[in-house]
Design a protein around this ligand. Structure first.
Ligand code: GLN
Length: 278
């Protein structure tokens, strides 16, 4: 029977031949996932032998990754802002930029008495759950137009034992008549062309409706900006994650609806987040 260290070498080689740049890391993460180890314990067991049954299971995982299925869908989860978020193909894989978005929101508003938060297009629930965990006194409402996404978000609330959050099927603000101190969203904002040029992991596996928006990627952002005003409490804030080349268009569109517009960079120096207040 081959040892784990040999298996890892072969797995890395297989993935590298398939053009996976992170072949070594991915091979380790898939093997660790299969054996229910974390990466550290995997390294402590490198000279153990691999059972035949595990080997054939590993081959299946490797072949999925070789077909460019994102690692996060194969292992079924991703770490997001200290939470373990389960993901499948119904939901977008939460991104690092979105963790930055949550971080900025918490550093700017973390000390305010925020009582109500609306997460529009919650997907896996990542943003809503991270904010619910931080703003323990706030009631969070997380909505999504896709029932399957909401089931995943609900599962993630249970998985992380977060209870100050409710879920509702809604197409953006349709049917919502409460007001909120904070409305946040990471809506679809890619153009069709950007999507077509994206890597296979994105193009062939992630839900297109969570990524692409009409009108050069701006349709959903504009819809949110033009309809959220009535749902914001006094001094409430609308915070959006956006595409990096969209801020000029957003600022000019938002003038009719909001008095204050602020644009913020992500860690790559791209204009990524907007904060709007009436
Ligand atoms: N709110 C989720 C996230 O940020 C989903 C976003 C989306 O599907 N556009 O990951």
């Amino acid at each position: 029977m081959p040892s784990l260290v040999e298996i890892l070498k072969q797995s890395e080689h297989f993935l590298r031949n398939k053009g996976i740049v992170t072949a070594k890391l991915d091979a380790e993460l898939l093997l660790a996932h299969l054996l229910r180890y974390n990466r550290l314990s995997l390294h402590l067991h490198l000279h153990d032998n691999m059972k035949d049954q595990s080997l054939s299971q590993l081959q299946q995982l490797l072949s999925r990754r070789g077909n460019r299925e994102p690692l996060q869908y194969i292992v079924g989860k991703v770490d997001f802002y200290g939470l373990s978020i389960a993901v499948d193909r119904n939901v977008l894989i939460p991104r690092h930029e979105t963790e930055e978005f949550v971080d900025i929101i918490i550093s700017r508003f973390g000390n305010r008495p925020v009582r109500s938060i609306l997460d529009l297009g919650t997907g896996s629930g990542a943003i809503g759950l991270a904010l619910a965990k931080h703003f323990t006194k706030a009631n969070v409402l997380a909505v999504d137009a896709n029932q399957n996404a909401l089931l995943m978000a609900q599962k993630n609330a249970m998985r992380n034992e977060i209870t100050n959050i409710r879920f509702m099927v809604s197409d953006w603000l349709e049917g919502i008549d409460e007001t909120f101190d904070m409305i946040i969203s990471n809506p679809p904002y890619l153009t069709n062309e950007e999507f077509e040029n994206a890597q296979d992991e994105i193009k062939n596996f992630e839900p297109k409706c969570a990524l692409v928006s009409k009108n050069n990627g701006l349709a959903d952002i504009f819809k949110i900006i033009s309809t959220t005003g009535r749902s914001l409490a006094k001094d409430g804030v609308l915070a959006l994650e956006t595409g990096s080349s969209q801020h000029e268009s957003i600022a000019s569109f938002a003038k009719d609806y909001f008095g204050k517009f602020e644009s913020m960079y992500d860690l790559n120096g791209e204009n990524r987040f907007v904060f709007l207040q009436i």
